[in-house]
Design a protein around this ligand. Sequence first.
Ligand SMILES: C[S@@+](CC[C@H](N)C(=O)[O-])C[C@H]1O[C@@H](n2cnc3c(N)ncnc32)[C@H](O)[C@@H]1O
Length: 292
Amino acid sequence: MTTKKDAAPIMAAKDGDALGSRGGKTAAAVEVPAMAAPEPSVATEEKAAKLGPYVAYAFRGTDVRADIRDKYGFDGELLELYASGTERVVNKWHHYLPLYDRYFARWRNRPFRFLEIGVSRGGSLDLWRRYFGPEAVIFGIDINPKCAAFDGISGQVRIGSQDDQAFLARVVEEMGGIDVVLNDGSHQMPHVHKTFEVLFPKLSYGGTYMIEDLHTAYMRRFGGGYRSSDNFFNFTRRMVDDMHRWYHRHGEHRSDLGPECSGIHIHDSVAVFDKDRPFAPTHSRVVRQGKS
Ligand SMILES: C[S@@+](CC[C@H](N)C(=O)[O-])C[C@H]1O[C@@H](n2cnc3c(N)ncnc32)[C@H](O)[C@@H]1O
């Protein structure tokens, strides 16, 4: 594995690129002319509904670093790694950077096992290698056979579908277990569900399961919809119910998943599930001796 450090000039991807790449299609990167980033407006929201969020909310400025720092107050190594770019394209929503750091920082510079679903053009595996350091076991899976070209560069790449239970089991076995999952694959609701059902039980205690781009839960072409029962956030709601199974009499929705889910964090388009040993809640009352 190598971790090349030569930074390429940062470029913005073409409109629609992020979603376009989900089927494994490639799109060239283009330099974006200098102009001020537009504030979201009603017109932008209408455009988002018509053209999709990747067009409407595409960054049109020139300084990715400053945009992330100024809007989210986020600074540090991950920002630097992302904003300086790698030799392979990686595209991320700007508000994801602080979230990655919030949930992944504790895994840095130590041996652990990380799986990214969705390799695309290999840039994110480069980013993760640089961020996590040489001790991390980093695997990426993708349905697109072309992604095999990235195998062994910043991590191991295996080709298969994220809804293939046997494939996922083989990959986790090869990894020697799994501590962190980042699902950035097809974003099809049945896939998001299936992958979670297969991988969450395999996650180690103390592990982190992050799903990004969950705005797709609201999109029909991803099998979701605003009030659709397949919208992933409905499942998330049931996981919240299961986490509170001690306090209601409605039973567990998913006794195979819920009891070991110790935390659920929802952000714009990102859901994070913590996994820990299940214990019945214990309450106590303490006071120093001699006081009442
Ligand atoms: C958004 S891209 C991944 C981007 C990458 N993580 C990054 O940050 O640069 C989504 C990827 O998911 C892959 N994909 C689509 N369907 C899949 C499936 N069923 N199983 C695994 N990967 C799939 C696509 O081929 C595409 O490369």
